[in-house]
Design a protein around this ligand. Sequence first.
Ligand code: HSE
Length: 401
Amino acid sequence: MKVAILGYGTVGSGVFEVINSNPAGIARRAGEEVTVKYVLDLRDFPGDPVESVLVHDFAKIVDDPEVGVVVEVMGGVEPAYTFVKEALLKGKSVCTSNKELVAKHGAELLEIAKQKKENFLFEASVGGGIPIIRPLNQSLTVDEIQEITGILNGTTNYILTKMREEGLDFDTVLADAQAKGYAERNPEADVEGYDAGRKIAILTSLAYGMQVDYEDIYTEGITKITKDDIAYALTAGADIKLFGTSRAVDGQVYAMVAPRMIDKSHPLYAVNDVFNAVLVRGNFLGDVMFYGKGAGKLPTASAVVSDVVDAVKHQGKHVMTLWNSRKLKLADMNTLVNKFFVRVPENEKEKANCLFSVEREFTAEDVKGQYAFLTAPMAEGDFHAAAEQLTVLNYIRAELA
Ligand code: HSE
C-alpha cells in the first residue's frame, strides 16, 4: 500500500516517522507493506529525510492510482476539505486528525466514502492518541449513550492545573504557557472552548448518528476563571476543569462546553496537565473512561497510523459509521438542571439567600469581601433570571456531593 501525507507539520512529520520506524510491525497488522510515496507541503525541507518524497502539487497524489490511502494532517477546513473530497471521489481512503474538517463535513465525507466502498477515518481528531472514535463506532454499539463528558483540550487543562498548583491568575499562566510553547500564540480556540466544542460535536454526532453543529453548542471557555474561584474550590476539596459534555435527558440531547467544579468523587478529577480523558456512560455498561495524551506529535501520529492500518485492512469495504447529515436539534439549555457555585460581593449575602436555595457556603482564607455559595439543583433559565438581580462576580456549574 502506498500512502500520501498531506502536510509536513508536527503531526505529518510524526506520521512519517511512525510509519518508517516500525514497517514490519505495521505490515504484520495491516496485512501488507505500507510505505509513504508522497508528502505534500508548500515548504521545502533541505536535509530532511522527507526530501525524497516531497511534492508541492496535490494533483500528483490524487492522480496516482498507486496511492490507496491519503493522510490529511494539514488542519483547517480549506484546502483540506477540497483535497479530502477529491481523494475520496477518486476511490482512496482518507485518515485525518483534523477536527475542524471532521466537525464541519464529517457526515458528507463519510457518505462519499460509503458510496466509494472506502473509508474516512478520524481517530486522532478527538483526544489525540486516545482511542475513542473506534470504541464509539465499533465497541459501544449496544448501549444507549446517556452521557459523554470529556476533558478534550490539553492547553486549558494545563492552564487550570498550573493555576491550582501555583495559585496564579489565568493571564499569568497563559503567558507562561505561551512562552514555553505549550499554548498557541493565538490561544482563542483553546481558551474560549471552541476546540473542545468541535470535539464534543464529533463525539455527540457519532453517539446519536446525526449531525451536531458546533455552532449550536453552548460554549464557555476558561478566561473568566480566577484564582479566587480556585481558592474556594480547593478549600472545599474540589477542582475546576473544562468539560465538553453531551447528555441525553428524556429523549433530548443537551450539549455544552463549560468549566465545571468537581470533587474527588468525579471520575475525571485526577486528569491533570495536558492529559485528556473521556467518560462515556451507557445504559447497560455504566461508566467507561478513556485517558491519555490528547495532543503532541507522536501520540497523535500513533492514532493516525492506526487508522491507516484499518484502512489497509478494509480496502474495498466500508466500515459502517452511524453519522448522517440530518441535524440533531439540541435541547434548550435553559431547561438543563445544574448546581451552581456563585461568588458575589459580601454585602449581597442576604439578597443571595433570598434569591437562591443555598446548599452550602464556601470559605477561602485569602479571599476577602466575598460571599461564595452553592445553589441547590436548578434550571439554567431560573439561575440566570435570579443571577441578574445580583452582582455576580463569577459562577461555575458544579457537581459536588
Ligand atoms: N490545541 C489542542 C489542545 C490540540 O490543546 O488540546 C489538540 O487538538
